[in-house]
Ligand binder design. Sequence first.
Ligand code: CTP
Ligand code: MG
Length: 706
Amino acid sequence: MNVCRTTGLTVEQQERWPFLYSHLSSEIEIPSLNDMDEQFIIEMDKEISRILKHVGDGKAKSRESLTRHLKGLLQRRFQRNAKVEAFGSSVTGLSLGTGDLDLCLSFKKEQPKKVLRKVAGLLREEGMMDIQQIPRAKIPIVKFNDSRSGLDVDISIENRLAIHNSKMLKGYAQDKRVREFILMIKYWASRRGINTAYEGTLSSYAWTLMSIQHLQMTNPPVAPNRQSGNKPNLVEINGESYDISNDSSPFESENKQSLASLLITFFDRFATRWDWNEMVVSIRNGGPLNAEKKRWTHTGPLPLEVVTGQSKNRMEHVMPIEDPFDHEHDLSRIVKAEGAMTIQEEFMRALHLLSEGKSWKEICTPVMEIDEEPEDFFHDLRTQNIDLLRQSLDEMKTEVTQVEEHIQSLVTERQNSKELLDLLRGTLQETRNVKSNRQSILAELRPLSMKVQELRQTRDGINDRIAIPTKRIRQEMVRMFDSLTAEVDVFNTQNLGKEKGDFSYFFELQAMYKASIESNEAHQEFIRLRREQNKEYKALKKTNSKEEDVLNRLIEKNPELKGINLHPKTVKEFQQNANKLQKSINIQYSKKHELRREIGRIEAWIRIAASKGKQRPKRDSKPRTARRQAPAVNINEVRERASTGGSFSLNELDALLSKGGISGIESKEKASTSNQSDRRKAGRKKSTYRVDPRQGRKRGKKQSRK
Ligand code: CTP
Ligand code: MG
């Protein structure tokens, strides 16, 4: 294996973290973002505002209706003891539209046992997909996907602090610039694949806190410290006390920096200036805390040492970020060595690309293929005939009606199936009492029958050996006793052999007598137990007929139950059937949504095309009144004027667009931008900063860490 001698990174790792690797092996210096070109910042701001138009919670309605649906569902399941609240980006206003839906399930009274399993079961019944339970986390979570809306949902249990911190984030996000700045950092982190806590990078929440910290530290600050007030508001959660006070009043910043300029300084700060070994991100402090004072200094190996296999020990406080309310919670707790390397690589990459004058879009190029809306929403419709489009529109509308009918029939079928299922469950519940009665009878009958069997064997065993009845044995014993104890006739004495025989016969009789008594006792006990057994059998029979009575009564009331085998297995089968139906319903809903979306898009295009007069509807057989002919356009002259910033009429603009004339202008613009970028490159200073400390630090001043 080809391993770098300086860093210990393999070729594969060098390719995975190229910028970081170059710095670690001292091949390139870290660029400075101090002297960014003004024009570049203007362009970047324009680009950001274009991106901001596309991001945002396009699924806000779906989130709301799914939240409502789940709320109802969980409250029905937990008899109104449950409380369901949304938190995270759907309430903070910091959603890119790609995030998950975060819900908190808490209980007004006692928390039911095995709550996670119950929630998961309920979601399964609802046809939710990819259900995962994470029961052992500090906050237990059920994760799943709602295939109807496509939303990923996290339901966490008793996550009270998250509700409070979301409220505070909402306060921060009320400022447009703060909100848009955080959105852009989340956008970058999400597209670069470094916002996935469970994969060992930072959560969106952590990136939000870092963004706020940056905005608090600009001069003058763009964001306030909302926790600097001195009136504590203490809440108790799981026996711990937290101060959740925060000031949500509007904040007027004197800082006039644009988003682009703030983003540039963000990268400059966190890629080069932030010493993760000494500084803790702390928005409740409004600036970094000293790691040593907080006792959060990094312990354990450096990420580089872990990824190169030099150490397997645990890293602590690798990029310390303090939770604003839970001050003992370091959000970098979940960062793995590889995640830390990737985060640092991304900081380095952003720094380099910015210094090279690359666009924000390029900096945010997704690391994985994502389904992006094409920039030209109508690109595939532009060349199509309007009449044909109208025709397919009609077909799609018919299809929507068919899908709706299909959904309706599936929904009815599922409803019936669910009703029957509820009925079955109720019936089983009603017969459960009778059944449990029977179970207890059976539980008593089993040992009783064994005892009866045992007694029978004892009795018969003895009787097989001793054929003579007890009475006869006793008489014989008396006779023998008398004979053996009679006065001795000295003239007629028995011989010794006979006397010995009599004695042993007497002893034999004694033993027989004892066994016979035992047999009698066993017989008496046997008789008694048999009577008891009979009683129990009668009771058992009674429960059978009682169960039949209950069933007959239920069937009389609900004839649908007739012919159905009332067994838990049947309930399971019905359950599976209902789940299957729900899945089909979800599929049909997605189909309907897709069709609706496409219909909307085509209709919009037809409207645009008609208003532009690009393609006049040809379907009408009625001749239209002739339009005044637009004056002829000299396209070369218009192009020339457009490229030099001159004005032109709508007619000329249309001609320019339809002749692809914009590309000519664009290529000119590109040439001028690249000149600017070249100029910038030529004039760029090399920085004296070193690569961050944490991920890439080579042995030096602070390397004595053990
Ligand atoms: N949260 C928390 N502690 C964490 C992670 C998250 O308290 N370690 C809470 C915060 O209230 C946060 C919410 O969970 O607002 C959602 O976290 P996350 O999904 O990471 O952030 P979002 O802003 O919802 O991001 P996205 O839009 O990507 O879902
Ligand atoms: Mg979220």
